[in-house]
Design a protein. Structure first.
Ligand code: KG4
Ligand code: ZN
Length: 348
């Protein structure tokens, strides 16, 4: 018998619902929120309200597109955290009510684990390859930047992470400094396509081990622009593409340098002769510079790489549904008293 899971994601500023049949995706519907554009970041109050507005139409559309009746659903999976509490509450409350109404189990999902598990979503004919355990994942999003060793679907260990800003946050803050609206990451990526990545050099903070630090880069970018604007008030407008290409290249270099270290370490620790499989996940995995750098490592170093399709890079409910499916198989269900969490729980 087939399992149908409805996934619901509402941790930040995307309201998303998806239906999965076992591990094959049937629908994945997302409503973004334009209200944050001019604020330079997500405004939590506005985000919760927009979720409240969007959640029913998004879920109805996802079930319709999946071409199933709601009575066929086997369980409902929702994001429990980390994220904005007010946003999470909208998805969680809906999931609880719907599971009571349909008399089916409720499954809680961790947003960061779900980003990684998006690599296990299969095409219709299950022809797409999936990573082999144990593998390494670089999770890069608006709130997190970390290396995770994945030994099994829910046996994950964080082996390095940012000590201050996340990579996505750095893209967004750099964009804000240049007057580019939120979320700045995708726009920096777009402007960077026609810019020179070597035109400007920004200092890269060096910290030991597999941890990252991005706050120094943001500050050096801010001071550099402040000095240039004193000489020429139109400096940003005149050099936007090169600035975007240069800041993007710096962030990607920092990520790739540590990724190579992490791959070396995990290869030695596993005493394997071959590299472990390596994946990227989270919003910044949509970045064309990072994708190219990883493809380059595949071609030059022989890494077996996994890059999520664009629709599973940024926040989506398909990843919540696949995580829900694996929990359904284990009989790992949540109670009606489940509450959201804002910060990452210890993964392992
Ligand atoms: O995973 P995600 O959708 O939400 C969180 O869980 O945080 O990640 C959002 C982040 C934002 O910071 C956004 O600017 C960044 O991902 N992002 C990108 C690109 N697309 C999204 N950053 C760089 N290049 C992109 N193409
Ligand atoms: Zn995310």
């Amino acid at each position: 018998m087939q399992t149908y899971i409805l996934g619901i994601e509402s941790s930040c500023d995307d309201t998303s619902a998806a239906v999965i049949m076992d591990d094959v995706i049937l629908s994945n519907v997302t409503a973004g929120q334009d209200v944050h554009k001019n604020f330079g970041g997500v405004v939590p109050e506005l985000a919760s309200r927009a979720h409240q507005q969007n959640i029913i139409p998004v879920i109805e559309t996802a079930i319709q597109k999946a071409n199933i009746g709601k009575n066929q659903l086997s369980a409902i999976a929702f994001t429990r955290g980390p994220g904005l509490l007010g946003s999470l509450l909208v998805g969680i409350s809906f999931a609880k009510a719907f599971s009571l109404g349909l008399n089916i189990p409720l499954i809680e999902v961790d947003h960061l684990q779900a980003h990684i598990l998006s690599h296990f979503i299969r095409n219709n004919d299950r022809s797409n390859p999936i990573p082999r355990f144990p593998f390494l994942c670089l999770t890069v999003s608006g709130g997190h930047t970390q290396f995770v060793m994945i030994r099994d679907h829910f046996d994950m260990e964080v082996i390095g992470q940012t000590i201050d800003d996340a990579a996505g946050e750095t893209f967004d803050k750099a964009a804000k400094i240049m007057g580019i609206p939120y979320p700045g990451g995708p726009l920096i990526d777009k402007f960077a396509q026609s810019g020179d990545p070597k035109r400007f050099i920004f200092s890269k903070p060096r910290i030991p081990g597999l941890d990252f630090s991005f706050s120094g880069l943001k500050t050096s970018f801010l001071y550099f622009l402040r000095d240039e604007l004193k000489k020429d008030p139109e400096f940003i407008e005149k050099n936007k593409n090169d600035l975007c290409a240069s800041i993007q290249a710096t962030i990607v270099d920092m990520l790739m340098l540590k990724l190579k270290m992490a791959m070396d370490q995990t290869r030695l620790a596993g005493k394997a002769s071959a590299w472990p499989d390596v994946a990227i996940a989270g919003g910044v995995s949509a970045n064309s510079g990072l994708r190219r750098a990883l493809e380059n490592a595949r071609d030059t170093l022989g890494w077996n790489i996994f890059i999520p399709p664009m629709q599973y890079s940024t926040d989506n409910a398909a990843m919540i549904a696949i995580a829900g499916y694996f929990k359904f198989l284990k009989g790992d269900f949540a109670s009606q008293s489940a509450i959201p969490y804002a910060r990452q729980q210890v993964t392992k």
